[in-house]
Design a binder for this molecule. Structure first.
Ligand code: HEM
Length: 185
């Protein structure tokens, strides 16, 4: 994954648990690079290694960490120069969710070789969407839950519920379905 992702993990851990925890996590994960370069591609094992080490050092389960990370990602990218891209992805929560592939295509224009996820949306009602997530990676469902919650906050929505209703492996793809419901303000 691009260094931006590892940087965001560093950002979240440092903000919530301090610099010392971060250094411990980095060491446990066997990362010797002094910094992550946002526009450089790193092996996925670096990211998974950081999450695993963080889970041990902070005594949190990886799923809770990934969810917190997903929520943080929405804030982090907005602050790290991708705010305009986020702004352009939609003026409403449903519009934004249906533009996620478009958003990652734009990210791919500046990050060659990006392996983005893919999303499909089914509008169920004014306050319910089914979101179909497809990834070449495994185990990131909790991150998607956090991302959706982070986005809902970005749009000021209250009482958002994200329920993972299906998760399966089809050949080398992870495919999951989320039922997303909210209350309008
Ligand atoms: C402007 C904002 C965003 C940027 C710059 C961005 C960029 C990226 C990058 C660099 C990766 C790592 C992929 C790689 O390096 O091969 C990634 C992965 C991912 N992104 Fe985004 N992203 C953004 C917003 C979002 C949003 C709002 C969602 C909400 C659902 C999202 C969902 C994901 C997921 C789930 C992954 C994990 C990869 C996978 O499933 O295989 N991203 N994104």
């Amino acid at each position: 994954m691009y260094g931006l992702v590892n940087q965001a993990i560093q950002g979240l851990v440092t903000k919530e648990f301090g610099e010392e925890s971060w250094l411990e996590i980095k060491a446990k994960a066997g990362v010797t690079d002094p910094i992550f370069v946002s526009m450089q591609s790193y092996d996925d094992s670096v990211t998974y290694g950081l999450v695993g080490a963080a889970s041990e050092v902070l005594d949190m389960n990886a799923s809770d960490l990934l969810e917190a990370f997903g929520e943080y990602w929405v804030l982090y990218t907005a602050e790290e120069g991708y705010g305009e891209m986020l702004d352009m992805a939609g003026n409403t929560f449903p519009e934004f969710l249906s533009n996620l592939n478009h958003l990652h295509r734009r990210v791919g224009d500046i990050m060659p070789g990006l392996t983005p996820p893919s999303f499909e949306c089914e509008i169920v009602s004014e306050q319910e969407i089914k979101l179909f997530y497809t990834s070449r990676r495994e185990g990131l469902d909790p991150m998607v839950t956090g991302l959706i919650k982070g986005l809902a906050k970005r749009f000021g929505l209250k009482k958002v519920k994200v329920v993972l209703s299906e998760s399966k492996k089809v050949k080398d793809l992870s495919k999951s379905t989320f039922a997303v419901t909210w209350e309008s303000n």
